[in-house]
Design a binder for this molecule. Sequence first.
Ligand code: TXA
Ligand code: MG
Length: 332
Amino acid sequence: MTRILPVAGPSDPAIAEAAALLRAGGLVAFPTETVYGLGADGLNPAAVARIYAAKGRPATNPVILHVADAASAQALVSRWSPAAQELAERFWPGPLTLVLPASGTVPSIVRAGGPSVALRCPAHPVALALIRATGRPLAAPSANRSQHLSPTLAQHVASSLGEAVDLILDGGPTEAGLESTILDLSSDRPCVLRPGPIPPADLEVLVGPVDLWAGAVRAGDRQAAPGMAERHYAPRARLQLVAPGSGLRETLRETPGSVAYVALGTLPPLPPGVRGILLPLDADMVGARLYALLHELDDAGCERIFMERPPEDEAWLAVRDRLRRASAKEQP
Ligand code: TXA
Ligand code: MG
C-alpha cells in the first residue's frame, strides 16, 4: 500500500519525514498550488531517474526544479537576466516556471541532456516547507503516469502511480487545478511554452512582447518544448468539444454507451440517459475543477464526454490548451 500522510500545514511533522526520504533518494508526492508534483532530490541523478521510471516518462522530456526562492534559482543558471529577476519578484512564489540556461550544477537527466533548466518557486506552504526542509531543489513533474491527467487530489496520485511512490503528502485539493505557465527566457525573445494560470498579458507588462508557442508538436519542431506532445492530459473516455445548439441533441441521442455532457453557464435540455454537468462560465473556476471532473467521469466508467467549447478570449487560453490536448486523437 502507498502511504498517504495528511499534512495540515508547513510545520506538520510529516514534512520532516518526507524530507528525510527525499534526501535518501526517495520519491515523495506533494501538493502545489497548481497540481500535485512527484518530487525527488533534483541534484541526485539516481533519484531523478526513479521519477522517469515511475511515470513511464520518455528520457527526452526534462523536469522542472522547484526552489524556495529566487536566490536558490540563481545558483542553478548560468545567466540570471533582468527579465528573470523582475518576473521572479512579481510572480514567485507562484504558478510561473522560467526556462533559463542551466549552470553546471544541474544534472543532465533533469535537463534531458539539453542546455536549459526549468525553474519554479511554488506558492503552496507545504511545498515550500518541504523544499526548505530537504535543503535541495526538488525535481517534480506532475505526479501522474506519462500522458495521463495531472492529479489535483492525493487520491489521484495514488491511483495513477501506486507503489512507485514512497510517500504521498495529502494537502487536500490543489487551488489552480492546471499546471504552471512556462515561459522560455533562454532564447532572444520570451516565449510561453505552456499557457497556465498566469496569462501572457501579465508577463508582457514586465518583459514586453511574448511569443505564444503554437502548440502542435511535430518531429523537428522547436525542441525547446520537448514535453508538449499533442495528446497529453487525457482522460480514458473520448472527449469531444462541441458548440451548443444545432444538432447537439441528435448527436447525444445517437451516441451509444455511457455519455456525459459538460455545459458552461447554462445546462441545455438533454436526451434521457445523458449525464449533464454544469460548470460556471468562469475560466479560473473551470481550470480549478477540470481535471478532477475528468478523473470522476473516468472512475464512473464514462465512455464519451462532450464538452461545450469554451470562449475564444485570453482568459480561457490555458483551459482551451488542455482541452485541445485532452481531445486530440491518440498518437500511434
Ligand atoms: O505546475 C506545474 O508546473 C507542475 C507542478 C508539480 O509544479 N509541474 C509540471 O511538470 O507540470 P511536468 O513535468 O508535468 O510539466 C513540465 C513541462 C514539461 O512539458 C517539460 O517538457 C517542460 O515543462 N520542461 C521542463 N524542463 C524544460 C526545459 N528545460 N525546457 C523546456 N521545457 C521544459
Ligand atoms: Mg505533466
